[in-house]
Write a protein of this length. Structure first.
Length: 380
């Protein structure tokens, strides 16, 4: 059989995960890449050969009937436009999370996918983090009984060096960082709990980066790119976005449809970068130390399942093995899963489009709640 022909929209930055799918002779060939400019796309020629087509106009790729599947890794506010175009052209779509920046946009994407014109896979790579898989495995094995509550603390040490220097700093382009960053964790909370949020209340504020006076000029719009500098402390940041109106501190409480209650807390001026999950059930609790293993810093999952006083390390410790690849090996696993999806095989561990929609819906309603006086809101 001939290789399926793949392409990527949003080839800069995150879009480079598409290179992992370039497996000529094994069924998949990356033949085209589109970015806001063709500058910086030489890596695609290096990895995929001189024949790959590079363009600044995504419509050229959508119009190419020979292209079977498209990676959409463009800025979040363009997901609706690009995904609808690809699905309506009958292409299979890998859509980077978050699905979109509003509930209405998510539902429009779902409707297009359900029309059977094209197939949709949403890339929630945290479901493939080995540490999250271990936590899910322990829950599935009944090691902590029935899950009753989940708490997640998210320290975003690179917040000022990334999300407040590009389009993510403006509500009209990102809505809230409860989507760009929080959609990951909200989905994991739903996955570990086995349900979706039905009611949410939020609290948060823009507390630090609004006080930084060193800004880019208004006509210097920066798409999300590589982090080029690390500034500390946060108030010493330079070159922040001219418009900053998203919160750098966000907290939401979630009531799930199966009775589980959860909390998610996100801070973009922490000195470190870490996600810490605590899951408590009727017979114990688990917690992760570290969320992505590397050669020098191993992640672990700790289990407490006996009555005790303070016990720092718990009763069992599970060391998470190091896996090659970005995001602690999660990205290669996710790409393998997407290629199985293209082959028509079952993808048991990945987020469904509905899961992705509910993560966005929870983040959207959480952001609305914190901006409207912390009123409880339902998640339809």
């Amino acid at each position: 059989m001939k290789d399926m022909k793949l392409a990527v929209l949003g080839a800069h930055g995150r879009g480079r995960i598409s290179i992992m799918a370039h497996r000529p002779g094994e069924g998949f060939h990356l033949v085209a890449a589109s970015g806001h400019t063709t500058d910086g796309l030489d890596i695609y020629r290096e990895k995929c050969g001189d024949s790959i087509r590079l363009t600044a106009d995504y419509r050229e790729i959508i119009a190419d009937k020979n292209i079977d599947a498209v990676f959409i890794c463009t800025p979040d506010y363009l997901h609706l436009e690009h995904t609808l175009a690809a699905l309506q052209a009958g292409k299979t779509v890998f859509l980077e999370k978050p699905m979109a920046i509003s509930i209405e946009d998510c539902d429009a994407i779902l409707a297009a996918a359900e029309s059977k014109q094209g197939r949709l896979y949403v890339g929630h790579n945290m479901r493939f983090f080995p540490v999250m898989r271990k936590m899910h495995e322990l829950i599935s094995e009944g090691r902590i009984g029935k899950v009753e509550t989940i708490w997640c603390r998210h320290f975003v040490g690179m917040g000022g060096d990334a999300y407040f220097k590009n389009y993510n700093s403006e509500r009209k382009y990102s809505n809230s960082l409860l989507l760009q960053k929080g959609a990951h964790d909200i989905d994991i909370i739903h996955w570990l709990a086995g349900g979706h949020t039905r009611r949410v209340v939020g609290m948060g504020k823009l507390s630090v980066y609004n006080r930084v006076e060193n800004r880019r000029s208004a006509d210097d719009f920066a798409p999300r790119g590589e982090i080029t500098q690390v500034n500390w402390p946060p108030l010493s940041q330079t070159g922040l976005s001219p418009v900053i109106n998203v919160e750098d501190l966000s907290m939401i409480l979630m009531d799930l449809d199966n009775g589980v209650q959860a909390s998610y807390m996100q801070c973009h001026y922490a000195p470190d970068t870490h996600r810490n999950y605590t899951v408590i059930g009727t017979e114990g609790r688990i917690e992760n130390y570290g969320h992505a293993s590397n050669r020098d810093n191993w992640a672990t999952v700790h289990l407490w399942n006996q009555r005790t006083t303070y016990s720092e390390l718990g009763h069992e410790i599970f060391r998470i093995p190091f896996i090659e690849g970005s995001h602690g090996g999660a990205d290669p696993l996710m790409i393998d899963d997407f290629l199985n999806f293209l082959r028509g095989q079952e993808c048991a561990e990945s987020a469904t489009p509905w899961d992705a929609r509910m993560a966005v819906a929870t983040g959207c309603q959480g952001a609305r709640s914190l901006r409207e006086g912390s009123i409880p809101l339902s998640v339809s």
